[in-house]
Design a protein around this ligand. Sequence first.
Ligand code: NAD
Ligand code: TYD
Length: 361
Amino acid sequence: MKHLLITGGAGFIGSHVVRLFVNKYPEYRIVNLDALTYAGNLANLKDIEDKPNYTFVKADICDYERMCAVMQEYDIDGVIHLAAESHVDRSIKDPFTFARTNVMGTLSLLQAARQYWDGRWEGKRFYHISTDEVYGALRLDRPEGDAPYGSEFFLETTPYNPHSPYSASKASSDHFVRAYHDTYGMPTLVTNCSNNYGPYQFPEKLIPLFINNIRHGKPLPVYGKGENVRDWLYVVDHARAIDVIFHNGNIGDTYNIGGFNEWKNIDIVKVLIRTVDRLLGNPEGTSDHLITYVTDRAGHDLRYAIDSTKLKNELGWEPSLQFEEGIELTVRWYLENQEWMDNITSGAYEKYYADMYRGRV
Ligand code: NAD
Ligand code: TYD
């Protein structure tokens, strides 16, 4: 019997990880701990919330006493830590919240696990989910060709060089996790993954935001010239990688996760427009006029590209979906789950988005 604490399970990636573990491991107890910030949504887990091996706990990871109590109450032997503030644009406006949750929250969880496990490391795991953004930005040295757009890739050994308050806070949390391994012997794992896309992503992020805006005929705010490159992975493939690494990863190690799938933002936007128009039965080109170039993001990293060869060679993980299949599934999901989207985009979020957008045009 394994008792797993998954933090941030009501968010985008966390909900896919919780779903995978609850369904695949009925013999485990899965405790999903989430503060339900603006990004947390229990509607993401409707299909598994009644399963006997699933428990939800509403709590803030920064509350150290509470983390100690949860470790004890559920006799936790494995932690998969996803809870975080995750949006770069918000981090530019409000860096303190990012330092609090991502740095102090991670430290609080590490210390609570250390306190509860008390040196009895056998069979224990503390797995921290991080991002490729900690490595900084890569050059775009093949701007006109097909992907990949440059000759360099992020490796597990690439030195950290974060540029946004978000990536700086994630980098700091990664260092704390490794410090707990090196100093106290805690059995840790860290993974750095590329951009995820798929169902249940909060619509402040590029792909769900643009799908929803195309559907409603609203402008698509492309930052700068739309030439920044991101490496996209279908979220269920990330969850599969987390499963493999949690069970078979080498203690103390880092693994990069990515799909060798680089896209310029503007090309993604064109794919989204084509796909949404086709699925809605609109003639091709109907929504092209929605593309609106706006002021660039401050400190906007030019290119991210992950080399996940280590993960493939050591643990046999590879993405299961081609990007075209993943995008089709994703667009269909958002179009078929308009109620999920409407529940988020009405009310307070509408004002936040209007302010964010007004600041850019
Ligand atoms: P998300 O913003 O969708 O979800 C974050 C979740 O954490 C929410 O449910 C929120 O309520 C919860 N949370 C926030 N602060 C909390 C706190 N103080 N205590 C408890 N819960 C709290 O984020 P996501 O996109 O699912 O990202 C999950 C993790 O994966 C993050 O650590 C992120 O850095 C990392 N990551 C994300 C991506 C991506 O493309 N989205 C890529 C690589 C890594
Ligand atoms: P995002 O989904 O915020 O992820 P990240 O910043 O973590 O990579 O953004 C993906 C890319 O899309 C990034 O280069 C910024 C760009 N972008 C826009 O051009 N317009 C938008 O409205 C948003 C949200 C993002």
